[in-house]
Structure formats: C-alpha cells, structure tokens
Design a protein around this ligand. Structure first.
Ligand code: SAM
Length: 281
C-alpha cells in the first residue's frame, strides 16, 4: 500500500518532535504545525503546556499516554479519517520512540491515512553521534526491563550483537544496570551521555568498570555500549589461556585474573564461565 503524506481530502496525523531539554531545539515547522492543527495529543498535558505556552501555541490539548492509549487509539484515528489534522507529541524528543504513539501510527497506516513526520531531537541518536563509539551499525534498544531477572535475560540476548547498542536508563537504576552489563557483556567500552542539550550536559567515556566507580550519577541519561568483539568474547580463547597459565604454574585464581585482564573481561563472570566450561569438558 502506498500512502501520500499530504492528501488534503483527509486529515493528517503529524508526529512532531519536541526538545529533549533545550527549548530552542524546536523546529519552525513543528511550531507552525502545532499552531495550525485541530488538536494536539500529548503524553503529559501538564509538561507540554509549558512548551506550548513558550511558543504561544494555543491549540486544544488532550492526553494520550501509556494507560489510555488502547481506548484513545481508535478515536484519534477516527478523527483523522473524519478530516481533522492531529498532532502527536511526547514529553521529550520523538513520539513513539520509548514513548506512546506506535498504536495510533500502526492503526492509521492500516487504514491508509496520511501521516507526516516532523523530525527533531531524539536522545538516543544525539548521544550516539557524540559518543565517539562506532556510530554504525547500531541497535537501538531503549529501556531494559526494571526487574533484574528479565534485564539479565535481555542482556544475554544482546550479548553477541556486534553493533553499538543504545540504551535509555533512569538514574536510580543505572548502577544495577551497569553491574548486570559487566557480568553479561564483560568490561566493554561505553559512553554515558547525561543531560543532553541542558546546562550540565556531560559525556563519560570509559569501560563499564570505570563508570561504575563514579558515585551519584544524576539526570537523564543514555548509555552507548560498544558491540560484541572477539576480544571481549566469553568463550574460546580465554579458557585456553587460563589452562595454559595453570599449566605454566599459575594458581587457578591468578590465571583467571590474568586472563580477565588480557581479554578485557569481568573476572567474576569469567570465573563462572570457566567453571561451566570445565564441567562441560
Ligand atoms: N522519546 C524520547 C526520545 O526520542 O529520545 C525518549 C523518551 S524516554 C521516555 C526518556 C528517556 O530518554 C530518559 O529516561 C533518558 O534515558 C532519555 N533522555 C531523554 N532526554 C534526555 C536528555 N536530555 N539527556 C539524556 N537522556 C535523555
């Protein structure tokens, strides 16, 4: 199915990016569109009012969020079908990306309704380009699960992806998440990008262990994580190296410590994997 974005016989669903911190990161077209549409659906109307007031946008505002999206989806799509121009925004950045909107967009697409995107800031891709880690190929993951067991199993699924991976994380969970990453991925290079576009914007580059040493990380943050590389692999050579070192007279603990340094891996995780490897043999 092919759908033109500007079929003026029908309404148009506009997906409008909003700033991720700095209010000036708002395009002329975004402001103009939000002034002209019949209605704006926002994730949290109280947050959006601040932005809309700043730009003298007086369009009718209604809520569309995680908890009412099922019931609202059909009515929003019906409004577009009936000829209304509707804009969807979220609290920050691109709607739909780790934010509500996907259900409306997919329903509108199924019905062949015109959809137009008004691009702008998004935290993940903004952090990626400034991280200094390989920008392509990349995998955007967004938020890991808040529960440890689920989070560790998600990380295990991502373990062998050779792409740079983009994660969103909340400050109160960053330490737990980094500890889980260290255990599953090994001590990879990362960039923690904080408070993008705001006064205290900061990038912390280093290994997972380096970043874990920093106390009290605050603010909004994106984690850019180096992809899987042979040198931080959990299997193969490190185990042979440990056997070789033991053969040379190292105590097992020392051999594991040495191999963890050589392969840039977390010592405890390597110890666990080495025991499993030995049991399998
Ligand atoms: N839709 C947004 C986008 O396009 O980036 C993401 C919304 S998601 C609910 C919010 C998360 O995005 C935050 O927890 C944080 O991980 C990240 N984020 C948003 N603004 C940020 C900023 N200014 N600096 C760093 N991370 C930010």
């Amino acid at each position: 199915m092919r759908t033109r974005s500007f079929d003026h016989k029908k309404g148009i669903l506009y997906l409008v990016a909003t700033p991720i911190g700095n209010l000036s990161d708002f395009s002329f077209r975004a402001v103009e569109t939000l002034k002209l549409v019949d209605k704006i659906y926002a994730e949290d109307t109280r947050n959006s009012i601040v932005l809309l007031k700043h730009y003298n946008i007086e369009t009718k505002l209604e809520s569309y969020h995680e908890f009412n999206q099922d019931e609202k989806t059909l009515s929003i799509v019906k409004e577009v079908e009936d000829g209304m121009n509707i804009a969807l925004i979220s609290d920050a950045g691109l709607p739909v990306i780790s934010d509500p909107g996907y259900k409306v967009v997919s329903e509108a697409r199924k019905r062949g309704l015109p959809i137009s995107t008004i691009p702008g800031a998004s935290a993940g891709i903004s952090a990626l380009i400034a991280s200094g880690l390989a920008p392509m190929p990349y995998t955007f993951y967004g938020f890991l699960d808040s529960k440890k067991t689920k989070r560790v199993s998600e990380l295990n699924e991502l373990k062998y992806i050779p792409h740079t991976i983009i994660f969103y994380e909340a400050p109160h969970r960053i330490k737990d998440t980094l500890e889980d990453m260290l255990e599953v991925f090994g001590n990879r290079n990362i960039c923690l990008a904080r408070e993008l576009t705001k006064t205290f914007e900061e990038y912390i580059n280093g290994t997972i262990e380096d970043v874990l040493k920093i106390e009290g990380l605050k603010g909004e943050m994106v984690l850019i994580v180096e992809g899987y590389k042979e040198s931080n692999s959990m299997d193969g050579n490190p185990f042979e190296k440990i056997d070789e070192l033991i053969h040379l007279g190292y105590k097992p603990n020392e051999a594991i410590k040495e191999a963890s340094k050589l392969f840039n891996m977390d010592r405890r995780a390597l110890y666990k994997d080495y025991l499993e490897y030995k049991n399998r043999k």
